[in-house]
Design a protein around this ligand. Structure first.
Ligand code: AMP
Length: 239
C-alpha cells in the first residue's frame, strides 16, 4: 500500500479533515495518512498537551478544561491552529485530527484556508471524512487506551496491545492512561462530542463535503477506505 504513495510525486494533497468521536481511531488513521501521503498531522489535542507540558499561559488555562473533558474555547483554538497551519510543512496539505470540533471552528477554518493557506494558484478544498463507530465499541476503545508519555504513541489493551505489557514498543517507557481517558471523564467527552461536534458534521453535510465511513471495521479496512476517499478527492491534484 505504501509503495506508491502520493509523497513519491510530491503531489499536493490539500487539507484532510477527520471527524469522529473520541476513540473512533482518528489518531491512528491520521498517522497512517501521514506515512502514506507525506503530509503532517495536526492534532489539536497534541498541540494543547504541548502547551500544558510547557506551562504556557494557554496551557495553564487549557489544562483545567481538558481534565474536565470539556472543549477549550474557540478563541483560544484559533491562535494555535493558525500558527501551526502557517508553517512550511503544511504547504502540500495536512491532516487535521480533532479540529474543527464546533460549527464556528468549521466556519473559521474555511475562511482561514480561503484567505491564507491556499492562495489562488493553489486552491484545494478540504476533504472531510467522518468515522462512524458504534457507541459500545467506543466505550471499550476509550477505556482500553494507553499512551506513551515519551513519544505519544497510542495503544489499546484490547485491539492494539504493546509487545510487552504496559511498555512502549518504541522507547520502553511505562504506558499511562491519559487524564481525559479516565472512565469518569469519558462520558463527559462523549457528551461534549454529541452536543457540539455533530454540528460540524451537519455543517459539512449541508455543503455536500462530508464522506461517512464505517469505522467499526478493522484498522486496515478503515485505512483502505480513507485512502480511496482521499485519492478520489485529490486525483487531479490541487488546482
Ligand atoms: P483529543 O486528543 O483530540 O481527544 O483532545 C483532548 C482534549 O483537548 C479535548 O477533550 C478538548 O478538551 C481539547 N481539544 C482538542 N481539540 C479541540 C478543539 N478543536 N476545540 C476545543 N477543544 C479541543
Amino acid at each position: 500500500m505504501a509503495n506508491e504513495s502520493a509523497n513519491d510525486t510530491a503531489q499536493n494533497i490539500g487539507p484532510v479533515i477527520l471527524l469522529g468521536p473520541p476513540g473512533a481511531g482518528k489518531g491512528t488513521q491520521s498517522r497512517r495518512i501521514v506515512e502514506h501521503y507525506g503530509i503532517p498531522q495536526i492534532s489539536t489535542g497534541d498541540l494543547l498537551r504541548d502547551h500544558v507540558a510547557r506551562g504556557t499561559a494557554l496551557g495553564l488555562e487549557a489544562k483545567v478544561i481538558m481534565a474536565r473533558g470539556e472543549l477549550v474555547p474557540d478563541e483560544l483554538m484559533y491562535g494555535i491552529v493558525a500558527t501551526r497551519l502557517r508553517e512550511a510543512d503544511c504547504k502540500r496539505g495536512f491532516v487535521l485530527d480533532g479540529f474543527p470540533r464546533t460549527a464556528p471552528q468549521a466556519g473559521w477554518l474555511d475562511a482561514f484556508l480561503e484567505k491564507e493557506v491556499f492562495d489562488k494558484s493553489e486552491k484545494c478544498p478540504p476533504v472531510v471524512i467522518q468515522l462512524l463507530v458504534d457507541y459500545t465499541q467506543l466505550l471499550q476503545r476509550l477505556a482500553g487506551r494507553r499512551s506513551c508519555p515519551t513519544c505519544g504513541r497510542l495503544y489499546n489493551i484490547h485491539s492494539q496491545p504493546p509487545l510487552v505489557d504496559e511498555l512502549c514498543d518504541v522507547d520502553g517507557s511505562k504506558l499511562v492512561i491519559r487524564d481525559d481517558d479516565r472512565e469518569e471523564v469519558i462520558s463527559g467527552r462523549l457528551a461534549a462530542y454529541e452536543t457540539q461536534t455533530r454540528r460540524v458534521a451537519d455543517y459539512y453535510r449541508a455543503q455536500r463535503r462530508l464522506v461517512a465511513i464505517n469505522a467499526d471495521r478493522t484498522m486496515d479496512e478503515v485505512t483502505a477506505q480513507i485512502f480511496a476517499v482521499i485519492d478520489n478527492h485529490f486525483k487531479d491534484g490541487c488546482e
